[in-house]
Design a protein around this ligand. Sequence first.
Ligand SMILES: [Zn+2]
Length: 222
Amino acid sequence: MPSNSLIIHGARVPLPPAVLAAGGSAANYLDDGEPAFRHTARVRPLQHFILHETCGNTASGCRDTLIRKGYGVQLILAPDGRVSNHGDLAEAVMVHGNQLNPTSIGIEVCNPYCPGFARPPFGPTIPAEWWTWVPAGGAKAYVLPTPTQLAVLKALVPWLCGQMGIPYAFPTAGLNKAQRKIPGWDGHPAAVPGPGVVAHRDFAGHADGRYLLEQLMEASHG
Ligand SMILES: [Zn+2]
């Protein structure tokens, strides 16, 4: 049995019932043998929760790639709803979110997002949207996360924002086909969104996280 706890300021914080009911579990670097990722000490206040997708199918693949590159992320959400915790959510700054590293925590949701990369349980797609990455010659479609991942994310992110003092707000909600990145980002890669939950693609030269953000926004607005 995993500990089902996440580490915040050195303390073990149990997952709330809503995350467990959604099919979530948690394994951390103190109790469950998860690797602690490379990090530095946080000195600036937390303001952002960054949503990532791995472009791969497994949590172990994501973990190994991050370690090899010297990057990190505080949380990884596996296809089966297991959340692994790789550093203190309050105190460890990791390299995953460009200019937002010092003020953020991040979650990597394992998802190949491109049909050509998908293996079971991934497979179902939706047609490409303005935020979808489509490789040259690739299918114009986005691979959905698993239903369990989505259910866990919808319970986990609002709860964790509350625990961490991050506003459960969506500062990049207004982005669209005509304005695809935060204002000021093009040519000024240090541009910063307002506090809240953001997709990695919204403020950097990446392609991940927007479907997850859209799902959280929809759930939040009923
Ligand atoms: Zn990312």
